[in-house]
Design a protein around this ligand. Sequence first.
Ligand code: IVH
Length: 678
Amino acid sequence: MSTHHTAARRAEELRELIRHHEHCYFVLDRPEISDADFDHLVNELKAIEREHPELVTPDSPTQRVGGTAREGFVKVAHSAPMLSLDNAYSEDELRDWARRATELAGTAEIEFECEYKLDGLSMALHYEASEHGGARFVKGITRGDGSTGEDVTSNLRTIKSIPLTVSHAQLKKAGLTAPFEVRGEVLMPTRSFQTMNEQREEQGLAPFANPRNAAAGAVRVLEPNVTAARRLDFYSYFLLQEGRTARASQWEALEAMSAAGFKVNPNRRRAHSIEEVWQFIVETEAARDQLPYEIDGVVVKVNQTALWTRLGFTGKAPRWATAYKFAARAAITQIEDILIQVGRTGKLTPVAALNPVAIGGTMVSRATLHNQDEIERLGVRIGDHVMVERGGDVIPKVTRVVDDKDHPRGTRKFAMPAHCPECGGHVVRAEGEVNSFCVNVNCPARLRESLLHFASRKVMNIEGLGEALVDQLLSRGLVTNIADLYDLGEEQLLTLDRMGKKSVENLLGEIAASKKLPLERLIFGLGIRMVGERTAEFLSAHFGSLDALMAANEEQLLEVEEVGPRIAQSILQFFAEEKNQKLIERLRAAELNFTGEKKVRGTKLAGLTFVLTGTLPTYSRDEAKRRIEDAGGKVSSAVSKKTSYVVAGEEAGSKLEKAQQLGVAVLDEAALLKMLED
Ligand code: IVH
């Protein structure tokens, strides 16, 4: 058999395996193999596809990111209108809805089906028959105005819980034939949302207000890579054929989609009475805070789809379904003052001091206003009545000003102070940044926050070193920087309030244990501006020791994943500071762990520097960069005499010219691959 045939067989085998494991991981949340083993399968498939580009199929798991950005979105008509739902805000309203539905249905045998009301965006996914008796994802459309939406197929392809193909076996199991349409909700899990916002804040970008907005933005960007990076999820809740529901009951439709490999929320229930529906609602509301995504209610549908036609519609909503909405986790209250909080990096955050108000069972008296731009965008003044919202476990935030005759506008405008309210230091706002900073590195508020950050669970995990203790240590002058923590002795600690022999022993044990933590934690703990958890991990893996990181110049820092010029500058500034150098020497003397595990890299290209330019025939720029780096080479962005090779693809421009001027060797992709393989 020719190598082509062997490769084709192996590629198909790998695709099957990858699809199976993607389904286990992303749809069922039940992985069967390790991430590393999974990556291994994907890499093997990618290698085959690179060798035999003719074997690449559009629905190969390697083709989730379609690559190129587009000009705009094409409008597409829906097979049947995508409707909205009427709401019920109380048990009474829910009962009224059920009574009317039962009357109109003309049967007491009516059943209900309850689902979570996911707080995302609805989408319509179209599948068509594929060669092998299966089905293939061909089009994904936003809701739009309900009758026409936008074609966002390439972006939706990056969502791993959306199957690109459904096998013949799956269709059979589901009793389904293509073409068909699946409708459901795209959402961003709360954790992805928080991580994304933390990163944005570190980079000086405005955070997204809520997961829904972040998901909406991600679905409508013109660059599928951005959608992919936002880690979205998709839950299916409607199955249609020719614009009509494809099953006798909603329950069966959900089961069929699940059997076909779609992600269907397991939190659902059939109910035979409104009491049972209510029970589900009560349980759901109690579980709401523990869910990994946001929901804003429960959707109750009449289960028997034959009754749907009989019940019909009112305006834009069906009578056979309703949305029971939870009490809004938002409330109107007055801003009494706008205070300034100084963070560990010296960042000044305006915080609204609120007239305390209960939101979803918690009293809220503070809400973040993020920064000066946000205050201007909202048009908030001190004394205004505002809407305050609280999401999952997100900090409450002001979302808009409420301006009506009962709520006259406030009169005092807020302005970012020129001096730090904690220490009187100068406040600066760098060109192009949204955040303002206190420039005094000795600002007591910064010190307090940096100690709390250093001791926190994700950093050095020093349990017991919380606010109360940090405040005492500071006011007694026992600690003036993080290194002082490692000099604390039993006697000093015993003099503090509420510190008995046992708690002192525990604390000293915790402090001692923190010395052994991985290097990335220490890097994160130093509090270098724009260096968050992720960047710290990359830095540790890249340099392998704190000394190597400290010795790195800008060019070397820029080689690290996700480190751009601004982060590089911030790192350089931090280590250039004499005070910080002294601090690090004391941490070394205290025997903290200064070395980490350097990512094992090849050595084939060690000592060589590459510059990539133009479009390569098969590799993306990022892939080529990774391959070079994995082989020990460096990739830099500008051509200089130190450049070993310029790798040029199509439409290579000025960098190629520069290489020729300087006499730097130029390679094409094939030559690069050869170097990697030899
Ligand atoms: S059924 C006519 N089921 O709520 C049917 N919708 O207000 C409408 N939603 O646009 C959709 N979770 O974005 C349905 N389990 C669920 C839902 C759900 C969230 C959203 C959906 C829709 C909106 C209707």
